[in-house]
Design a protein around this ligand. Structure first.
Ligand code: ATP
Length: 300
């Protein structure tokens, strides 16, 4: 085998509850991750050094050096396995960059799976997940996929029971939002408003909606503590969310740290109508439909 291609999904956070800022600067989170059918592809090709190429729309901000999370993942894997092989990573991006859908983390997970196969290492998922957690808190979920509850910084995962398929529409914005800036804004808003963040808990109503495959109940339970901060930094997102609600979305939410907005639809047909309406409303750069849950990083 001298080339391996891996397909990896984006995520949307069904619940993102942010606890108080810890001494180490991180926040304790409750994060219900949900993998959706919007994919990046990473092809690992045998090479004499680590290199990366990136293809896709709006990719200007993706680093092409050792800062690329896919390269970092491949390097971490080689170090873990004591392996002196190298790879060129060819990334085909459909997940929006700095869009709150964990595209960089997805590429890192894909690189782990692709290089593990390319180099014939045969690590199991638990080992890959341990390396993934060292790269970033969203990387283990991109390996796992499906729907899962993350606690702590998000890297300790428990798969969640869910029934059926949920239909989503995503509105991509022009330009990204820095995750660090959105967390800082969340802290600032809480300070200004005198809000003391409590210890976050899993929303049992949301988990019941997932188990029942009840899109209406799920839509009503979607929750993102980062949303006020994302709206404060990017006021126009309020119009995007309002347009989705007006066109019968069951739930409208900023995805992760934004600026992508996620809308849950009642059915595939409703998602199609909603996508057309959002395109017509001119409230975003582009619109895509997707469904979830889908599996994590998979060799194609
Ligand atoms: P998250 O939801 O995990 O907070 P995000 O989806 O908002 O992240 P990403 O697309 O993962 O954002 O990228 C955030 C930053 O990471 C980018 O601005 C870019 O500088 C850097 N980065 C490093 N590697 C990659 C990659 N392979 N793809 C995209 N961005 C990358």
């Amino acid at each position: 085998m001298n080339a391996v291609t891996v397909r990896v999904p984006a995520k949307v956070n069904l619940q993102l509850s942010v606890g108080p800022c810890r001494d180490d600067g991180y926040h304790d989170l409750i994060n219900v991750f949900h993998a959706v059918s919007l994919f990046d592809e990473v092809t690992a090709v045998e090479a004499d050094g680590f290199r990366v190429t990136v293809a896709g729309e709006s990719i200007a901000d993706v680093p092409l050096d050792g800062d690329n999370l896919a390269i970092r993942a491949a390097q971490a894997l080689a170090a873990y396995a004591g392996c002196d092989r190298r790879a060129e990573l060819r990334i085909r991006k459909d997940i929006p960059v700095a869009g709150g859908m964990a595209g960089g983390s997805a590429d890192a997970a894909a690189a782990l799976v692709a290089c593990d196969a390319l180099w014939g290492l045969g690590l199991d998922r638990a080992e890959l997940s341990e390396i993934a957690a060292g790269i970033g808190s969203d990387v283990p979920f991109a390996l796992l996929g499906g729907t899962a509850v993350g606690v702590g910084r998000g890297e300790t995962l428990t798969p969640a029971l869910s029934q059926g398929r949920f239909h989503w529409v995503f509105a991509f914005a022009d330009g990204g939002l820095s995750t660090a800036r959105v967390y800082a804004e969340c802290d600032r808003l809480r300070m200004v408003m005198g809000v003391e963040a409590g210890w976050p808990h899993v929303d049992e109503t949301l988990m019941a909606a997932l188990r029942a495959g009840d899109a209406k109940a799920l839509g009503a339970a979607l929750h993102n503590d980062l949303q006020p901060a994302a709206l404060s930094l990017r006021g126009s997102l309020a119009l995007t969310l309002a347009a989705g609600r007006e066109h019968h979305a069951l739930g409208a939410i900023v995805s992760g740290s934004g600026p992508t907005c996620a809308f849950l639809a009642a059915s595939e047909e409703e998602a199609l109508d909603l996508a057309v309406a959002l395109r017509g409303a001119g409230v975003c750069r582009s619109v895509v439909r997707a469904y979830g849950p889908v599996p994590g990083a998979t060799i194609v």
